[in-house]
Each structure stands twice: as C-alpha cells, then as structure tokens.
Design a protein around this ligand. Structure first.
Ligand code: FES
Length: 171
C-alpha cells in the first residue's frame, strides 16, 4: 500500500482517505477486511496502539475516533474514512505530554507497558467528556482495559491526578 496526501474527509475512488493525528493520508489497495489497527501499525508506522486480543476485549488497541475511545482491532478501516482518528502519538509528545500521559509518568503507572496505550487513551477520552469523573466512574470506564501486571492502583492514581489538573483553571 502507498501513502499520498488527499483532502480532509475526502473519499476518492483510488484509495482510502484517513485523517490520523492531524494528517490526511490516502492508502491505496486496502483490502475490505483490513482493520484500522492493521493500517495504523503496518502502513502508517504508528505503534502506540497495540495488538492484544484482536477481539475488542482487552483495550490494548484503543484509539479515538471523533474523540470517542474505540477498539481499532475490530474497526474496519474503510468504516472510518473521513473520520478524525487520534492515536497515542497524536495525543501528546514527550515535549508536550497530554495531562493524562504526564500523570501516568509521574505516578509510575506502567510496568510492562503493553496496556498503557489503551489505559491512557480510554482515560483521556473520559476526562475530555467529564473531568469531574468520580473514582467509581473512572474504575467503570477502565474496566474493559486489561492489565496483567496489576498496576491498577497506580493507574487509578494517575487518572485522578490528570483529572485534578484538567479541572484546574489555566494559570
Ligand atoms: Fe483490540 Fe484487544 S487488541 S481490544
């Protein structure tokens, strides 16, 4: 598959047009069965989203589609043409972390790191909708994101730190 530029939101005959992390790509010869996760990792080189279960059950592949947390492993790539997709790489960078990313680093909420993409993306989507999310709401929101290392306490701490920061008035 090749990548070229195309207009935002455009669906052209020659390829699949995707808007990812603020850039628009046209991908040619994308099979109808290709998943969004496959394209992100294999064609666009975005390895933030991880392949875990491939069944929409572990959360490792979570991205944002139009700001909503979604499982990229079960989303047909052709189904999100023209939609706005954000991956972990588009959320923030080391030089300018998103508050959730910064909080995860501060709280040392990672061990093996495999679940981290999904935890961060799920939490960021929640806090964008509801920065006043209660502990119970955060726990419920992240209940579909699996962590085998058992860093749940640190992850909860990180999300609550991020929520506090997002609620604070800008200086
Ligand atoms: Fe997508 Fe597990 S890899 S939910």
């Amino acid at each position: 598959m090749t990548t070229t530029r195309c207009g935002a939101g455009e669906k052209n005959e020659a390829g699949l047009c995707l808007q990812v992390n603020g850039r628009v790509h046209t991908l040619d010869d994308v099979p109808r069965e290709a998943t969004l996760l496959h394209l992100l990792r294999n064609d666009l080189g975005l390895n933030g989203p991880k392949y875990g279960c491939g069944l929409g059950q572990c959360g490792a592949c979570t991205v944002h589609v139009d700001g909503i947390a979604a499982r990229a492993c079960v989303i047909p790539a052709h189904g999100v043409a023209g939609r706005t997709i954000t991956t972990l790489e588009g959320l923030g960078t080391k030089a300018n972390w998103h508050p959730v990313q910064a909080a995860f680093e501060e709280a040392q909420a990672a061990q093996c790191g495999y679940c981290l993409n999904g935890m961060v993306m799920q939490a960021a989507a929640l806090l964008a909708r509801d920065p006043n999310a209660s502990e119970a709401r955060i726990r419920s929101e992240l209940s579909g994101n699996l962590c085998r290392c058992g860093t749940h306490i640190e992850i909860l701490d990180a999300v609550q730190r991020a929520a506090t920061r997002l609620r604070a008035p800008a200086a």
